[in-house]
Design a protein around this ligand. Sequence first.
Ligand SMILES: [Mg+2]
Length: 288
Amino acid sequence: MSASARQPALRPAVFLDRDGTLIDNAGDLGDPDQLKILPNVALALQLLLKHDFILFVVTNQGGVARGKYNEDAVVQTHARLERMLCAEVGAPKVICEYYYCPFHPQATVEKYRGEHEWRKPAPGMLLAAAVAHGIDLEKSWMVGDQERDVVAGAAAQCRTILISSDRELAAASVGDFVEKDLLTAARRIAASVVDNAAPGALGSVALHARRSDILSDAVFQETINSMAQALAQRTGIKLVRIEFETNCVIATVEGGDVIALGFVAELRRDSDRWWREHRGAESPWGSM
Ligand SMILES: [Mg+2]
């Protein structure tokens, strides 16, 4: 057996900032009881895990350097966060490893005073994870809500996404992309995998009606058809077919399931608006 055959393949990862990306916290947090996971984070992590990304948290913990809490509190906080994420995501393990940097140049606690190669915007935590876990950095992503996150990701050769709704910050960012939250970032990452792996792959998603008589409305059927064609034209997504069953509409598009999910979400929004204007106040659709 050759050396290359024995070498396990490097795997892609997503490196995640913690505060303002996974949890609702603008400053220092060393108390597990204060943990609050941001909306849609569980959906985002499910999507990334489904696409075989290994997930890491990489977080600066200057609060340790300033003596607000100790490293043990950081470890306890991450243990609690992992339990919460596992419960929300529905997986036995979500984050492969939590990396944190307790150092700061202006530390009040002397042993943590100084610059450190792990402190973002330096890429040390990402590089350490890559060596320890066999990560292909060029196929990996860094996502965070601060410019230092995307600078660290770029320095490690990863693709980067800044999470921000601030237009000025977005315009000035070195990030490859800017998204409004972790879920839209995860969709972008998942779509890139679909694009790379199988450009011709088809994806099908069903839109379920709230009642069985809703889709027997011929005018509504025709409206959905026209809306789907217009949506395909507007977005450049190739619509393969749209099928009507008794209780649901099934859209099949090129590009795989993630693209189909986005397409159907838009179709749902458009058709919902039409129904409320022409048929009644309640949405025609059940849950997706
Ligand atoms: Mg942050």
